[in-house]
Design a protein around this ligand. Structure first.
Ligand code: 13P
Length: 251
């Protein structure tokens, strides 16, 4: 069955003390609640060990923000899927638009990262989404289709069952300009349609498709009310425990 998920992508924010305070408050508060979704926290990699300890003692799942496309070896500065898996990390974001833009990650490299995660029984949270100029030119569906085909559609059915898709229109990330519920639903339904064509309706119906981009405590419930929006990948608003918990309670 399709899972609702709210994931907090902390990006490159917080000192160790701030990170630990934030995750401990979130874990404590959620302990008393009857949740309608899985909650994932994605801290910077240097805090993953600390976060995984909180994950073990709470209902939180922990995700990395990035993973190497290589297996272990002479790759200075990289963190491998096997290292993450051994630390109890169950997910990793792959292909965030900031990685595509600032670190020139290509579709082919992202497909490698997805494969490494699956090698170690981890789940990719695979990000796709168009630039503003691509939407204005009417190319947004083509862009999203191409990102899915190149990054994910090499997987077989069993592999694809482990994937979470995150639609993050780049023009909505960190801008305060959120997609309308209609825009989000239209694209999520398009994405589910592509998955149906490739893998069949059962797998498509079971795939979690998250929305990301200026999602906050005020707009989350209208976004999540759409039938193909299964939760959110939250940036800025996940850095504040109260806001993040309000979003989690938006189902
Ligand atoms: P904001 O919620 O800050 O717009 O960021 C969204 C995002 O990029 C999550 O990965």
């Amino acid at each position: 069955m399709r899972k609702n998920i709210v994931a907090g992508n902390w990006k490159m924010n917080n000192t160790f003390q701030e990170a630990e305070e934030l995750i401990s408050v979130i874990a404590d508060e959620l302990d008393e609640k009857d949740l309608q979704c899985e909650v994932i926290v994605c801290p910077p990699s240097i805090y993953l060990e600390m976060a995984s300890d909180y994950g073990e003692e709470s209902i939180l799942s922990i995700a990395a923000q990035n993973v190497s496309g290589y297996d272990n070896g002479a790759y200075t500065g990289e963190v491998s899927a096997s290292m993450l898996e051994a630390m109890g990390i169950s997910y990793s974001i792959v292909g965030h638009s900031e990685r595509r833009k600032y670190f020139n990650e290509t579709d082919a490299q992202l497909a490698e990262k997805v494969d490494r995660l699956l090698d170690y029984n981890m789940k990719p949270i695979f990000c796709i989404g168009e630039l503003l100029e691509e939407r204005e030119a009417g190319n947004h569906f083509n862009i999203v289709e191409s990102q899915l085909e190149k990054g994910l559609f090499h997987l077989n059915k069993d592999e694809f069952l482990n994937v979470v898709v995150a639609y993050e229109p780049v023009w909505a990330i960190g801008t305060g300009v959120v997609a309308t519920p209609e825009q989000a639903q239209e694209m999520h339904s398009f994405i589910r349609g592509l998955i149906t064509k490739k893998y069949g309706v059962d797998i498509a119906e079971d795939t979690t498709i998250l929305y990301g981009g200026s999602c906050n405590a005020s707009n989350a419930s209208t976004l999540f009310a759409n039938k193909d929006v299964d939760g959110g990948l939250i940036g800025g608003a996940s850095l504040n425990a109260d806001d993040f918990i309000k979003i989690i309670e938006s189902f």
